[in-house]
Design a protein around this ligand. Structure first.
Ligand code: PSU
Ligand code: MN
Length: 301
């Protein structure tokens, strides 16, 4: 894989010169993450938010069998199109089989970011421990990647249809610090609080950067949990009702494994009559902005 990782000229230049860079996953921008044209809007808004804070955005993907960190303008249309979902374990297959577009999940994006030397990564929501994982064993590979890749992940907590308490327990066991961004509570994606406390609260990017520099192994990753902006939050009662029926439908339709997340997200979007889409865009943009602040604080050190 090392020999086939390609950086865009802009990202290569930024890394060579110690400029702040923010890696982005591509699943969220593909047809798997958001419907068109919301996915294109998401990409625009995330990139603009990163640049507004003086950092360089670096979308991660496998394109025509080549692992990339940073895309050029000709590749943007592809990024916003149909894709194969690609976790970290799938990267070598995507390369060997020359997938036209493997969209990175959090775990895949972290693997490519770390290899490229990018220290900060922004996403919408991470995967985690699924409800009923004691029976299905469904624990997202995102969690181990967050703990084991030396990269700071910025997300709006984990998706609300997960078992958030167990997700936090898992991160504790795996050794990933969870930092609440100006909050004491772990956020639940569409809503600002899951009701579960985070172990540490931080107010400033500078403190995140200082903590990251002080980590006890270079392979340790951090999770910075950023609540969705107040004005974009969705009514938790509406979300819960939509979630419950989506999960029931998922179970009765026999949907398992990697297909669960896209299915449930699609059903929530339908059931909340589009309220979840603007919320998803707003939180992704906000996370990108916070990530860029952290990347700038790191670059300044
Ligand atoms: N959150 C979203 N939309 C998504 C995902 C997360 O709002 O599409 C994607 C991310 O790429 C994340 C992945 O890494 O789902 C997790 O999938 P799984 O649960 O199968 O590990
Ligand atoms: Mn899974």
């Amino acid at each position: 894989m090392a020999s086939t990782l390609v950086l865009s000229d802009e990202v290569q230049h930024a890394i060579d010169n110690g400029l702040p860079v923010v890696a982005l996953e591509s699943t969220i921008f593909s047809h798997l993450g958001l419907p068109s044209p919301a996915n294109e809007e998401a990409l625009d808004r995330c990139e603009t938010a990163v640049r507004a804070k003086g950092a360089i955005p670096a979308v991660t993907a496998v394109i025509d069998g080549v692992a990339r960190v940073g895309i050029d303008s000709a590749q943007r249309a592809l990024i916003c199109g149909p894709a194969k979902k690609m976790a970290e374990r799938d990267i070598p297959i995507a390369i060997a089989q020359r997938w036209s577009y493997g969209a990175t999940t959090v775990s895949a994006a972290l693997a490519l970011a770390e290899q490229a030397g990018v220290a900060v990564f922004a996403t919408g929501g991470i995967g985690g421990v699924h409800r009923g994982a004691e029976l299905t064993g469904d624990v997202s590979a995102d969690l181990d990647a967050i703990a084991q890749r030396g990269v700071i992940t910025v997300s709006a907590g984990a998706k609300a249809f997960l078992d958030l308490a167990r997700t936090l327990e898992y991160l504790e066991t795996a050794g990933a610090p969870v930092l609440g961004w100006r909050t004491d509570m772990f956020p639940a994606f569409y809503t600002r609080s899951s009701g579960l406390p985070v172990p540490h609260r931080v107010e400033e990017a500078e403190v995140v950067a200082r903590a990251f520099m002080a980590r006890t192994r270079s392979s340790q990753g951090f999770l910075v949990a950023v609540p969705i902006p107040e004005t974009d939050e969705i009514d938790p009662i509406r979300v819960d009702a939509a979630l419950a029926s989506a999960l029931e439908e998922c179970a009765s339709a026999g949907i398992v494994g990697a297909a669960v997340t896209p299915f449930v997200l699609g059903r929530i979007a339908e059931a909340t009559a589009g309220a979840s889409l603007p919320a998803n865009l707003a939180l992704a943009e906000h996370n990108a902005s916070v990530a860029a602040e952290i990347a700038a604080a790191l670059a300044a050190r």
